[in-house]
Ligand binder design. Structure first.
Ligand SMILES: *Cc1c(COP(=O)(O)O)cnc(C)c1O
Length: 472
């Protein structure tokens, strides 16, 4: 299980049958990127129910950083399941929760006194960070940024920027959430970090007033919004302004955390110390767990009994988190993320030299993206991104798109993937770009005409024509 291998067309017969049952049983609102059902996963490969082996460049959206069946995680989870599955930390607590809190207090940026509270999902943790900041400051307003993604609950939808697919028809949303302009070097004329921060602060002061602002919530590298890496200096300037204004600076590291970007947390890249840091996704090797960690005086502002939830800090998820964190530390996965960055950026830069539809290669560690644009412009080309992703999907590479304009290809492999798999996946992407090049399309049309004359349609085009569209 260490190679891409296709034994049926994609999706195969078993996946197609399951997709029919999914359509009859699961709400249409729950889409899937690929019409392929998983049977087994690990080591950068997802094996589908038809026995096809796909290369995983998505990690289940940046979750399986240590791999989808990491041996340490499997062992820890198995032991915990045998001991007990749940007691509710708010009823009879257990040490796994405390140990995860101690670890997070120790590992997150800053050596000040910290406290942690555990939850289930990223969105739930973001909501709790806002609750805590409001309790501490006794202020209401929250500021977020253009292209932000913070989750799909009502408050976090108010904080998320993009209408479709996230917000459309689901409002009204929670009040007192304001949006400021961010830093998007590829699209804001390389405005420098200090200038972009000054622009945001000016808007915040004029439209909200610092004295009304409880928290500024920001992703150090924006995830769903397009892997947008702000200009250097942007985050430190905002953090400094928050400190001077009594505003709680909240880093949403749900996607960037746990060695994804090479550093354990993306804030560390510019020595930014957030007041509160929100983590989830990569924290627990695939089990649902999230956390808010931060300054003790802020975290303790919420009254006793004010924070919690039935499942928050579930013992199985805590056992998995301790094993995942140990793996990141012992196996040097931060350094591995940096190697992956070098490999992917090298492959993308080489492609971008020959193909002017690729632009804005960016990101850090194993969180890298490229924008697809109309040749010779910066105009987003979401259609091309979709076509390239679909080609990759049909050829056994799981790749995700993102971005406000839907034109960004993003690469988020597990840190346990091999160079061999990465190179194979980027060979497929190179083929995908060739296949979607305007010239290639014209040649293909000519070839089709020729073969139509001979009345023998080529196999490959028959497959392309019948492959159902990925539903996303
Ligand atoms: C995924 C994500 C969330 C939401 O996490 P869920 O576990 O899906 O609720 C919040 N913030 C960021 C930056 C994310 O990437």
């Amino acid at each position: 299980m260490n190679k891409r291998r296709l034994v049926t067309e994609l999706p195969g017969p078993r996946s197609r049958a399951l997709m029919e049952r999914k359509t009859s049983a699961v709400a249409d609102g729950v889409g899937t990127t690929m019409p392929v059902f998983a049977a087994k996963a690990g080591g950068g490969i997802v094996v589908d129910v038809d026995g096809n082996q796909l290369i995983d460049l998505g990690s289940g959206i940046a979750v399986t950083t240590v791999g989808a069946s990491n041996p340490r995680v499997v062992r820890a989870v198995t032991e915990q399941v045998e001991a007990f599955t749940h007691t509710c930390f708010m009823v009879t607590p257990y040490d796994g929760y405390v140990r995860v809190a101690e670890k997070l207090n120790q590992l997150t940026p800053g050596d000040h006194d910290k406290r942690t509270a555990l939850f289930n999902s990223g969105a739930e943790a973001v909501e709790n960070a806002v609750k805590i900041a409001r309790a501490y400051t006794r202020r209401d307003a929250v500021v977020v940024f253009d292209h932000a993604y913070h989750g799909r609950t009502n408050l976090t939808l108010a904080m998320t920027a993009k209408n479709k697919p996230y917000k459309h028809t689901f409002g009204p949303f929670a009040p007192e959430v304001y949006r400021a302009p961010g830093s998007y070097p590829y699209r804001d004329g390389n405005l420098d970090g200090a200038a972009a921060a000054a622009r945001a602060v000016d808007q915040i002061e004029k439209q909200i007033g610092a004295e009304n602002l409880a928290a500024l919530v920001i992703e150090p590298i924006q995830g769903e919004g397009g892997f947008i890496e702000p200009a250097p200096g942007f985050l430190p300037a905002l953090a400094a302004w928050c400190r001077a204004s009594g505003v709680v600076f909240v880093a949403d590291e749900v996607q960037t955390g746990f060695a994804r970007t090479g550093d354990l947390f993306a804030c560390e890249h510019e020595n930014v110390v957030p007041d509160l840091i929100v983590t989830a996704k990569g924290i627990a090797g695939g089990l649902p767990l999230s956390a808010v960690t931060g300054r003790a005086e802020i975290m303790n502002a919420a009254h006793e009994g004010g924070l919690g939830g039935t499942y928050g800090g579930n013992p199985i998820a805590c056992a998995a988190a301790l094993a995942a964190i140990e793996t990141i530390e012992e196996d040097g996965l931060g350094a591995r993320a940096t190697e992956i960055e070098t490999l992917i950026k090298e492959r993308l830069s080489r492609l971008a030299v020959q193909d002017l539809r690729l632009a804005g290669v960016r990101g850090r560690g194993a969180m890298i993206a490229v924008e697809l644009v109309r040749e010779g412009s910066t105009e987003p080309d979401p259609r091309l991104a979709r076509d390239v992703a679909r080609y990759a999907h049909r050829h056994g590479v799981i790749v995700l798109t993102c971005g406000t304009y839907g034109n960004v290809l993003r690469f988020l492999p597990p840190l346990t993937i091999t160079d061999e798999l990465l190179n194979d996946a980027f060979d497929v992407l190179a083929d995908a770009l060739n296949a979607t090049a305007p010239k290639a399309a014209a040649q293909q049309a000519d070839a089709l005409k020729a073969t139509a004359l001979e009345a023998t349609a080529p196999k490959a085009t028959a497959l392309e024509a019948t492959a159902p569209e990925a539903t996303r």
